[in-house]
Ligand binder design. Structure first.
Ligand SMILES: [Mg+2]
Length: 341
C-alpha cells in the first residue's frame, strides 16, 4: 500500500523543466571523464548552465512522447491504439528534423528509420537486442499525465520504449522510471522511493502486457512471454539493490557511475539518475550538477535526475535565469501547465 503526502504543486512543470536543465547541463560533458569536466568547468558544485543552453536528443524525444500523449488524449482514454499512431508520427518528425543533430542514439535512429514505413508493424521495427538508455531518458511525461490508471501508465511506458528499444530491460526500466516520476509527483517521500520501486518490480515481474506489446516477445529467445518480462525486471531489481547500498554507503563526492553504472544502458541510467537525486533530495541544483559531472552518459543521467527532482519539488527548484534560457523551455512549460494539478 502506497501512502503519499499531498500532491506536489506543479510537479509536471517542475519535472519537465528539470529534465531539460539536466540535459543542457550535461550535454557539453556527455563524452568527457570527470577530470576533463573539472578542468573545463571548475569544481562540480559550481557548474553553470551554458549561456546558450541547448538540449540534446533526450529532451527532444521527451517532447515527442509528451506531444504524442497530448494527441492521444484527443481520442479519449489512453489505449495502445490511441497512442501508437501519435508516437510513430512524433518520432518520425524528430527523426527528420534538421535539429536531430544532438548526438542521437543509434537504436533510435535505426528504429525510427524502419518506423517511417507505415506498413511495417512497430514490433518489426523494434530493436529487441537494445537496452540503451534512449527509451528511459524520454519517458517522464508518462509519469506526469494525470488520470491514468496503473495499467495505462505501465503499458504506455513500455509501448513508447518498444517502438525503438524492445529489450525487456529497456521496457522494465522505462516502466520503473515513469513509476518513480509518478510517485514523486504524487508526494511520495524520497526515502521511501526505492522500497516502492522494488515492490512494484516484484509485482510486475512475470506480467507481460499483451494488449500493449502484442507479440514483441517472440522476437527474443525466451520460451514464454512471462520469461521474457522477468529477464528485464530481474536486471532492474538487481540494480535497485546496488542503488540501495550506494545511497548510504558511497560518498557523493565520488563519481556516481562507479557505484551504479555509467548510464549508457537503461537500468543503469535509471539507477544512477536516481542515485544523484537521492544523495541530495533537498538540493536539486547540487543533484543536477553531480549527475552532469560524471564519467558516463552525463546528459541522460542529469536529465533523469532533473525529472525526479522537479517532480518532487516543483518548478521553484530551478533558478529563473536557467529556466528562462533553456531551449524548448516555453514548450515544456506549456505541456507542464496542461498536466499540473
Ligand atoms: Mg543526449
Amino acid at each position: 500500500m502506497t501512502t503519499t503526502a499531498p500532491v506536489r504543486r506543479r510537479a509536471a512543470t517542475g519535472s519537465l523543466l528539470g529534465l531539460a536543465l539536466g540535459d543542457a547541463l550535461g550535454y557539453p560533458t556527455e563524452f568527457d571523464d570527470v577530470p576533463a569536466i573539472l578542468a573545463a568547468c571548475g569544481p562540480w558544485r559550481g557548474m553553470e548552465l551554458p549561456r546558450r543552453a541547448l538540449v540534446s536528443d533526450d529532451t527532444q524525444m521527451t517532447l515527442a512522447v509528451g506531444h504524442a500523449l497530448r494527441a492521444a488524449a484527443d481520442h479519449g482514454a489512453l489505449t495502445p491504439g490511441s497512442l501508437e499512431g501519435p508516437l510513430r508520427a512524433e518520432f518520425g518528425t524528430w527523426y527528420r528534423s534538421p535539429e536531430n543533430n544532438r548526438a542521437p542514439g543509434r537504436t533510435c535512429l535505426t528504429a525510427c528509420g524502419l518506423l517511417a514505413d507505415g506498413d511495417r508493424r512497430w514490433q518489426d521495427a523494434s530493436q529487441v537486442a537494445s537496452k540503451g538508455c534512449g527509451a528511459t531518458m524520454r519517458v517522464a511525461p508518462v509519469g506526469l499525465v494525470p488520470g491514468l490508471d496503473d495499467e495505462q501508465r505501465s503499458g504506455a511506458a513500455q509501448l513508447q520504449s518498444g517502438l525503438t528499444h524492445g529489450h525487456p530491460t529497456a521496457l522494465a526500466a522505462s516502466d520503473l522510471t515513469a513509476r518513480a516520476v509518478h510517485l514523486l509527483a504524487r508526494g511520495l517521500e524520497p526515502e521511501r522511493l526505492i522500497e516502492e520501486l522494488r515492490t512494484y518490480a516484484l509485482a510486475r515481474r512475470t506480467r507481460y502486457p499483451h494488449d500493449w506489446l502484442g507479440d514483441l516477445w517472440t522476437r527474443g529467445q525466451d520460451p514464454t512471454p512471462e520469461r521474457f518480462a522477468a529477464r528485464g525486471w530481474d536486471e532492474c531489481l538487481a540494480i535497485l539493490d546496488r542503488l540501495q547500498e550506494a545511497v548510504t554507503g558511497v560518498s557523493p563526492e565520488t563519481d556516481p557511475c562507479l557505484a551504479t553504472g555509467a548510464g549508457w544502458i537503461a537500468e543503469e541510467a535509471l539507477a544512477t539518475g536516481l542515485l544523484c537525486f537521492l544523495w541530495f533530495p533537498g538540493e536539486p541544483l547540487t543533484a543536477l550538477r553531480r549527475a552532469a559531472c560524471t564519467s558516463g552518459d552525463s546528459d541522460s543521467l542529469a536529465c533523469l535526475t532533473g525529472a525526479f527532482a522537479g517532480a518532487h519539488l516543483g518548478p521553484d527548484a530551478w533558478p529563473g535565469p536557467w529556466t528562462d534560457r533553456v531551449e524548448h523551455g516555453t514548450d515544456l512549460a506549456a505541456l507542464g501547465a496542461l498536466w499540473d494539478v
